[in-house]
Design a protein around this ligand. Sequence first.
Ligand SMILES: CC(C)(COP(=O)(O)OP(=O)(O)OC[C@H]1O[C@@H](n2cnc3c(N)ncnc32)[C@H](O)[C@@H]1OP(=O)(O)O)[C@@H](O)C(=O)NCCC(=O)NCCS
Length: 436
Amino acid sequence: MTTSEEVRTKTNPELLTSDGQTYLVGEEIYLRPLVHADAEYASAWRDTDFPQAPERVRSWIDDDFKGGSNPYKATTHLIVRKRDDRPVGSVETAYQYFPTHWAMPFVDPLYGEQALRWKAEALTLVLPWVVDDQQRPKAIVTVPAHETIVIDALESIGARQTIRFREKLAMPGGGRGDELWYEYLDSQWIERLSDPAKVEIRRTGTGIARPVTAPVMPDGDPPVNAIRIGPRVYLRPPQKSDTEAVAHWSTREIDASWDNGRYPSGIENVQKWFNDFQKDIPPETVDFAVCLRETDEFIGLVGVMDVDYKHRFGESASMMLNPAYREAGYGTEAKHLLFDYMFNTLGFHSLQSWVMFENPRSAAALRKQGYRETGREHWVEFRDGNFVNFVAFDLLASDWRAMPRHDGDEYVGADTGSARPPKAANLKKGADHGTD
Ligand SMILES: CC(C)(COP(=O)(O)OP(=O)(O)OC[C@H]1O[C@@H](n2cnc3c(N)ncnc32)[C@H](O)[C@@H]1OP(=O)(O)O)[C@@H](O)C(=O)NCCC(=O)NCCS
């Protein structure tokens, strides 16, 4: 074998070959557990964009991987080339969110097209291993749309494409690529629960994207700490004084169907949540408090989670705390201020959003905001003796820029990204930005 001196001398050689292995073995590759000495080949199997010395990876294996990894829950297996037992990639499987089980493959791009062949073969081993061998209901994998070898292999084992996120990925060398989501569901679970792909999405609202309520420049001083100002609401950073309102409304929620159940929150938990997402720069979550211009009342939160600065996308979320402020267009106005921040300040390319089938109002609001339906994810959480399905949306910065702007009673042209926001006085305040 071509494994190094360290691997040969410090590890049981029988664990470093596919000889005698009865499963997870393909034509060209096999999968095996990670051993300490694999740190030497880390650039070939670790999915990171940053260089890391073998000794640093060794300490990751000792401190984080072994400590935090349960081989039956979330773990990493190496993809190893059969002919010489050389590590060429890895597949991480994560089982934290039953019934969803992720397979996250990585192959060394320096092997070119062969690497895609190995990735394809690894996935045809791993998905059936998770679902058929370990009896899990569902496994999921995401694939860049240009990896046709991998896609053909997935379809050959019966995996189904359920989502296409447009232009989500920044491609090496320039340009953008779509990301596809594939699900591999257990046929017996489908038989018992029926095929979730046949469940219809309940659609409410007009389904029509409405003109953007663009940010405005205030006539006088802006509200304290404001970052974006709209006709009726403004965005500012969430702060300590907001925590009471979040805790208060969490125990007065009237709708148990938008988040699969209600959760009372304590003030300290909310404070920790605010602190956590604001402490890192750049942050992984960008959240804003939504406040009424007229009274400065804090009425909700909008934000983006899992912010990805490399691919320049993230997942948007919104919540009006007091039910009295829902269904009146405040959420939509706040979202457009958020889009202006994400696309024009941070230069993001796209946003995605997820809504439970049971929450048609939120889906209607997204369509109204310009989001397009891009697919669905089945069996995400438990509900009513079955699992919940989610509808997925995406919004490209270019879609949003091309939407007409709402300027008082007039609809004006699309945003060029450079126009100065209109004066507040030019925008009619009040109900015209409601549920139209
Ligand atoms: C989701 C939310 C932020 C949307 O903001 P909003 O200001 O209420 O949304 P809007 O008033 O602009 O639009 C609501 C759309 O839903 C439709 N709608 C209103 N009430 C509805 C109801 N009870 N059921 C279904 N659809 C409804 C409206 O007709 C409108 O669509 P249309 O203008 O195309 O006709 C807000 O409703 C909310 O906070 N909901 C609870 C939290 C939540 O669901 N968060 C999102 C989790 S994915």
